[in-house]
Design a protein around this ligand. Structure first.
Ligand code: UFG
Length: 328
């Protein structure tokens, strides 16, 4: 039996493929390589194509004995989703609709879904639990919530079971040094800070230091990408054991401010990393920290790499060895 990973050439997808291979799973990858990198796929069988292409996807399901899908293929830039929401509804919502219909045609009833803390919007209380209100403040989060709802109704109608994993801030790189984070454009805090350390940018812009947090900058919960990957494998195992559908947060439960992240990166890299205070970025909640208690209790998940300093150190090794990412 094979696991199909859509978006398996992307950042979190490629780390999940690596963990699946390490577990001895047969892995099939579908990626249109619009954001993914062929080189990030360390093994398995890669099909280059789009989840919205039914004929292409029928071939993938016909040629392989797929019993579970892990679905990453999506656009995920909050800012872009505000200026081009149609792109997000097309690739994320319509893409997921096509995928679920294809799975249903082929009798595949298990899906693990890449969701996000952005489904919650501005939190009512910290830490965030899965039963909290979901009121996204951006189109990206809204599309991910719509995808979750779609899976709920496919479960009701066809018994298609899903595990939706709501990630907080993914960071870090694989211990092998072979794969890591490489987005174009890069918008995430830790890779941008490390690009400053590499001398590729003059400074890090801090988006707002007037939030109601102890040092005025936003607080986030950073989680190692390989810990995220592990949770997907536990979720597949849970679905294979006949479990019901569920929604789970993935975070370390500890918040770090933007200033604290910069300071830790200075310690890790030994570079001064100049920081310039700038205006707030639209749509940024002040504090996002997860409670992952349900995930630990029900999936048996335990993050293994939860010191932020070591998460930054793993990202730093990757960025030092591949300063231009995969395109070197
Ligand atoms: N930040 C800066 N300067 C930068 C980049 C980011 O100050 O150059 C700040 C942001 O304002 C934010 C924090 O650093 O306060 C983290 O920003 P990221 O862009 O790294 O991550 P986000 O928290 O915005 O986004 C993450 C995921 C999204 C997801 C979101 C949920 O990457 O996919 O969490 O809110 F939608």
């Amino acid at each position: 039996m094979a696991v199909l990973v859509t978006g398996g050439a992307g950042y979190i997808g490629s780390h999940t493929v690596a963990e699946l291979l390490a577990k001895g799973e047969e892995v099939v990858i579908v990626d249109n390589l619009q954001q993914g990198h062929r080189e990030a796929v360390l093994g398995g069988k890669l099909y280059v194509g789009d989840i919205r292409d039914d004929a292409f996807m029928d071939t993938v399901f016909q040629e392989n004995e797929i019993d579970a899908v892990i679905h990453f293929a999506a656009n995920s830039l909050v800012g872009e989703s505000m200026t081009n929401p149609g792109k997000y509804y097309d690739n994320n919502v319509y893409g997921t609709l096509r995928l679920l219909e294809t799975m249903n045609r082929h009798g595949v009833k298990r899906i693990v879904f890449s969701s996000t803390a952005a489904t919650y919007g501005e939190p009512e209380s910290i830490p965030i639990v899965e039963t909290d209100r979901t009121l996204p403040t951006n189109a990206y989060g809204e599309t991910k919530l719509a995808m979750e709802s779609m899976m709920k109704w496919f479960d009701r109608a066809y018994g298609m079971k899903y595990v939706s994993l709501r990630y907080f801030n993914a960071a870090g790189a694989h211990a092998s040094g072979q794969i890591g984070e490489d987005h174009d454009p890069e918008t995430h805090l830790i890779p941008i800070i490390l690009q400053v350390a590499l001398g590729k940018r003059p400074h890090i812009s801090v988006f707002g230091d007037d939030y109601s947090t102890p040092d005025g900058t936003c607080i986030r919960d950073y989680i190692h990408v390989s810990d995220l990957a592990d949770a997907h494998i536990l979720a597949v195992e849970k679905l294979r054991s006949g479990s019901e559908s569920g929604i789970y947060n993935l975070g370390n439960g500890q918040g770090f401010s933007v200033k604290e992240v910069i300071e830790l990166a200075r310690q890790v890299t030994g570079h001064s990393i100049p920081a310039v205070m700038e205006a707030r970025r639209a749509g940024d909640p002040a504090i996002l920290v997860a409670s992952s208690e349900r995930t630990k209790a029900e999936l048996g998940w335990q993050p293994q790499r939860n010191s932020l300093k070591s998460i930054i150190a793993s990202a730093w090794s990757w960025h030092q060895s591949r300063p231009n990412g995969y395109d070197e």
